[in-house]
Ligand binder design. Structure first.
Ligand code: CA
Ligand code: CA
Ligand code: CA
Length: 222
């Protein structure tokens, strides 16, 4: 699988870290899907996202049902954490936490196999949802809790969530897998994503060495 590299700017980032110790340069990947889908994605279908006041009506990745979609990035620059931010479109009649033949409707995000979010969403007023908690927490929130915007267009309307996660990460690759399960048909309930950014801040090696030297000096003086 091709991995779109984040390392192109590594040299610049290291120079930046050395020349400006108060501000390490961030290496970012961002995609709005307006010009197609790169090979770093495991799926390439796009659709027009639902229209809200300030979100949507744009080309997004989707729409998907009970499918896993992975973004694979090269992060081969020393770093300790990563941040992913994106818009998640929850389209049509998601049934949230209801346990029946129509739910619960799960949506998941993992990074290198570790769960960042495993929750449910509802666009149906009479059904609760787990978001912003994980489903395993057992929470029942009002439908569309935490949504950035929602509308009533189409079958039970749509909602959009602005999700952002920062997590410990040192590996030289980053696989983010987005998926859903227990959904009904695509015209009944689906999801899509848009405006995704993944960032890492390179480890300022020179600063660490300097810090270690200073720590050693203090230790010797004890
Ligand atoms: Ca877009
Ligand atoms: Ca439904
Ligand atoms: Ca459902």
């Amino acid at each position: 699988m091709n991995r779109k590299t984040l390392a192109v700017l590594a040299a610049i980032a290291v120079i930046g870290a050395i020349s400006n110790i108060s501000q390490a340069a961030t290496i970012s990947y961002s995609e709005d899907f307006e010009n197609g889908v790169g090979s770093e994605w495991s799926a390439s279908n796009t659709y027009t996202t639902p229209t809200f006041t300030t979100h949507g009506n744009s080309i997004g990745l989707g729409r998907f049902g009970n499918q896993a979609v992975t973004l694979s990035l090269n992060t081969a620059v020393p770093h300790n954490e990563a941040t992913v931010s994106f818009e998640l479109y929850i389209n049509n009649s998601w049934d949230g936490n209801v346990i029946s033949n129509v739910g619960p409707d799960h949506w998941n995000l993992t990074e290198n196999g570790e769960t960042l979010l495993d929750t449910t969403f509802s666009n149906v007023k009479s059904y609760t949802q787990s978001y912003p908690d994980n489903y395993s927490d057992g929470s029942d929130y009002y439908y569309r809790t935490g949504a950035a915007e929602s509308n009533e267009d189409g079958f039970y309307g749509n909602s959009v969530y602005e999700l952002s996660y920062t997590f410990d990460h040192t590996a030289n690759f980053l696989d983010l897998t987005f998926s859903a399960s227990h959904l009904q048909g695509l015209n009944d309930e689906s999801w899509g994503i848009d405006n995704i950014t993944v960032s890492i801040i390179p480890e300022p090696t020179s600063i660490l060495l300097l810090g270690a030297a200073l720590a050693g000096m203090r230790f010797k003086r004890k």
